[in-house]
Structure formats: C-alpha cells, structure tokens
Design a binder for this molecule. Structure first.
Ligand SMILES: Cc1ncc(COP(=O)(O)O)c(C=O)c1O
Length: 487
C-alpha cells in the first residue's frame, strides 16, 4: 500500500448518502492542496446557508439546514384534511401555572387522540404500546422553559446537578481548602458511567470532549493504517484521523459498513446513532465483520448512551460525550479501552492525575502511571464533574430500559404524526428523529418556543425523560403551521 499520500481518501464515485441527507461525498483528488485533503463536501447544504437555532453548537452545526419544508410556507389545509383530529381543552402533559414558582409538566395519563404508531411502524412496537405518563423524577428534576426536543444537541441539566454546580461555585468564590473540586466526584462519575456502559471502572477514562479521546486513539495508529467510517459520520470521530495525513480514511454507507470492512482495515469507527438523522447502526454486524478481518473497533455512543444499552466491553474503544442523553454539562466525557487495546494506546496527555498513586508525583516525570484506564484521563473540569455525578445518578435511577421505552414511544408518536402530514421521517427504532427536507423549519419552530435542530437538511428532534406527548403534538402543530401538509 502506498502510504506516501497525505490523508488519502479512497476514491469512490460521487453519490448521495442514504436517508435523503442530500450530502454529496466528493472523492478527494490526491493532488488537492493539503487543506482539501479528506474533504467531505455538503454541497447542497452549503449553498443554502446556515439556519441554526440561536445558541446552536457551531461545530455540530457545520452542516447547515436546507429543505423545501419551510422555504415558503405552504397553505395549511383544512384542519381535518386527513389529519387525526386533536382534542380540545387542556392537554395531558401540558404545563400549568401555579405549582410553586415554576411551570411544571403535568403527568400524561393517556393519549386523548390516538397518535400511536401503527403496528407496521417500527420493530419495537410491542415493547412500547402506549404513551407513558411523566416519570416522577422528570417532574421533580426538570422544568423546561420551552418545548425542548433538542437533547441531541445537549440534554437538560437536572435540578440536582444545577444545585451541585452552585454549591461548588460558591465554595470556589469563598476560598476552598481542598482545591478546585472533589476527586470523589470524578470517581463517582467514572463508576456510574461504568455501570451504565456495563464495564469495570478500570476500563473507563474520563475527559472533557469526544474529539480529544479520539485524538489519542488516532495518534496510536500505525502509519498507513486504514480507518473505515460511515458516510456522514460526526466530524469529531473522523477528523483526528484525517489530520494526521498518513492514514487512509475510507467511507461507506452506514447500511453497508459491515460489508465494507476488508483485509486492510485497521479500525472501524462509527456512532451507534447518527447525529444527522438518528439512524441506528447494525452494531453486531459491524463487530462481526471487524472480528473476521482482525480490525479494531471504535464506537461513539454520544447520541445513544442513556437510552440505548451500551455494552462497551464489546468494543476496543468507546467514546461518549456526557452532555446529551446522559444529562451532564459540557466537560464530561468518557473513553473506554479494552484490555488488548490498552497495550498499544499511549497515554500521550498523561499529567498528575494519571499517576498510579495520586498526589505523590507533582514534579518530574511520573514514574508509575495508573494501571487502569485512568492513565488516559484528562485532568477533570470539576464544576462539570460535580454536576455530572448528580446527572448520572439520576440516569441510573431512571434506568436505560425505562428511558428507552419512554423516548421511543414519543419518537414513534412524532413519526406517525409526521407521516400523517405527508412527511417521511427516517425510519429507525431511535429516540432521535430525522426528517429529510424539514430542516428549514427549525427557525419557525424556535419562534413558537419549540427547540429542535437542523442537520444536513433534516429537522432533528430527540426525546428524553422530560418530554411528553403534549410536546410531540405541539411540535406537529407547529410543523403543520410552518410547512403545511405534503400532498
Ligand atoms: C456523535 C457525536 N459525537 C461527538 C459529539 C461531540 O464531540 P466533541 O465533544 O468532540 O465536540 C457529538 C455532538 O456534539 C455527537 O453528536
């Protein structure tokens, strides 16, 4: 294999990505100037210009919104035009004033209008047959000021996490004897995530962002190694590899990623749930193909951990941002490293927190690094970790299965409502719903107090514990007003 080319990207004919994202993969000419190497071009998206929600995360928002949905709002059809009629009067899950100082969501006893998905709409229907009521912990821990369907951008902080930040912030303002935070909070976060991910805490390293964890893995790859990604994968998973300039990056459609693994593949890197449209990868097939070819595996669970079971022990590496479904603030992230992979992964940013015996080596090189994956830790952002301890405790109290059932039921209700309006949401058993062509509606929804994202032309909505059937119906109403019904 000729490895002299810089960040060579395997040539493939230009093609549209799956699920109507509209992204065009431009095969990169190996004679392109370095800045153009490994380019994945979102041509139609760029042409449309950015239409991000105020406050949207610019890195993920690099894919601007396009779509015919809201460019020119269509005439809204008569209210009963094929649409499931909506009940009048107070809505279950609606927010009522006068409960303490804040609006509080009321429990959802049952759906007054049957927006439930039909039996042919998803393979998990048997497990999520009805609209669930609001979980008591949701009522106690959240009081969103808007209809918040944007957990894929960042999750809401529970009250207990906000209080923990406040306490530490006050102590830091007062002058604190024990330094900038408690190491016990960091270890509690590590242990909590280990339970959620089904691995021993000795396999978990903590940090502040996904791309830094991925950078560590990328730095460990031998020159010329081939790394395989799904087309349209999140940039933080790809870029630490492509910037090296001496690796081979190859892309294949998510749906045929397993078949694309070959004898030259050193690593397959993918997200369990795609950020752009909520598609869920066939993880078993990818792992089996990688095992058959002796390739290592890297899973990004940022869009799934919390609602989709994560068996981190089945992967050589997993990376997870804590600030989405795990409800932590930015600054909490996780890397898990399998035993075999730990032999070759160099702890390149090891600092004082990477020592086997903490606080014993402050000056000079650390003689004995942590025997566990803690040697890959980044020094912790304590405010985030004090909050994260509370957030993960809540996620554990709720449980992945309960959260999954709740989120999927709402996601299915949303998909069914969209289909009744003539739109074609991406079909997936996913808490993240992508709607091709509707990305341009995000701004109109924001004006209605409904927070969603626009990604690669898709409208993206995500459902968590704090969402109700009423939130789904509000969003559907707003979409109907903004984009109308499709013929
Ligand atoms: C799939 C995925 N991975 C990673 C991230 C975050 O990456 P980083 O922490 O490098 O910004 C996000 C969202 O922001 C994401 O959707």
């Amino acid at each position: 294999m000729d490895i002299s080319r810089t960040a060579a990207v395997r040539r493939t004919p230009p093609r549209r990505t799956a699920a109507g994202s509209g992204a065009v993969l431009r095969p990169v000419d190996e004679t392109d100037p370095p800045g153009h190497r490994a380019a994945v071009v979102e041509e139609d998206a760029e042409a449309a210009g950015s239409r991000l929600l105020p406050g949207a995360d610019p890195p993920e928002a690099g894919i601007p919104a396009v779509g015919d949905g809201c460019g020119a709002p269509r005439a809204v059809p008569p209210s009963d035009g094929g649409r499931v009629p909506r009940a009048k009067g107070p809505q279950p899950g609606g927010r009522v004033r006068g409960v303490g100082a804040q609006d509080r969501p009321t429990p959802v006893p049952a759906a007054p209008v049957d927006r439930r998905p039909r039996a042919d709409q998803g393979d998990h229907m048997e497990t999520t047959p009805s609209t669930p009521g609001l979980h008591p912990l949701a009522a106690a821990e959240f009081a969103p000021a808007s209809t918040y369907l944007n957990t894929s951008l960042c999750g809401l902080l529970p009250h207990r996490a906000v209080r923990a930040v406040g306490r530490l912030a006050q102590e830091l303002a007062d002058g604190r004897a024990g330094g900038s935070g408690d190491w016990a909070a960091v270890e509690a976060v590590r242990a909590s995530f280990a339970r959620i991910a089904g691995v021993d805490a000795a396999r978990v390293a903590v940090g502040g962002s996904v791309s830094v964890h991925v950078g560590l893995i990328a730095a460990s790859m031998p020159r010329g190694a081939e790394v395989l990604f799904p087309e349209g994968e999140y940039a933080s998973v790809i870029t630490p590899f492509t910037v090296r300039g001496d690796l081979v990056a190859r892309f294949a459609p998510l749906e045929s990623l397993a078949e694309a693994v070959g004898p030259d593949t050193a690593l397959v890197a993918l997200s369990s749930v795609q950020s752009s449209d909520g598609r869920v990868a066939d993880l078993e097939a990818v792992r089996a193909a990688a095992a058959a070819h002796g390739a290592r595996t890297l899973l990004d669970a940022s869009q799934s951990a919390g609602w989709l079971p994560l068996r981190a022990g089945e992967w050589d590496y997993t990376v997870t941002g804590g600030f989405k479904f795990l409800l932590c603030p930015r600054g909490v992230s996780f890397l898990t490293v399998g035993e075999e992979a730990q032999r070759t992964l160099l702890p390149m940013h090891a600092g004082t927190f990477a020592a086997e015996r903490l606080w014993e080596t402050t000056y000079g090189p650390i003689g004995e690094l942590a025997h566990s994956a803690r040697r890959y830790d980044e020094p912790p952002a304590f405010l985030s970790y004090h909050a994260g301890r509370q957030s993960l405790a809540l996620v554990e109290e709720v449980g992945t299965e309960a959260l999954r059932a709740h989120a999927l039921t709402l996601a299915d209700r949303f998909r069914a409502g969209l289909e009744a309006l003539g739109w074609e949401p991406v079909r997936a058993a996913s808490a993240v719903v992508g709607v091709p062509g509707l990305g341009g509606c995000a701004e109109a929804l924001a004006a209605d107090g409904i927070s969603v994202s626009a990604r690669a032309g898709n409208l993206r909505a995500a459902f968590h514990l704090y969402n109700t059937a009423h939130d789904v119906d509000r969003a559907l109403d707003a979409i109907e007003r903004a984009a109308g019904k499709r013929a």
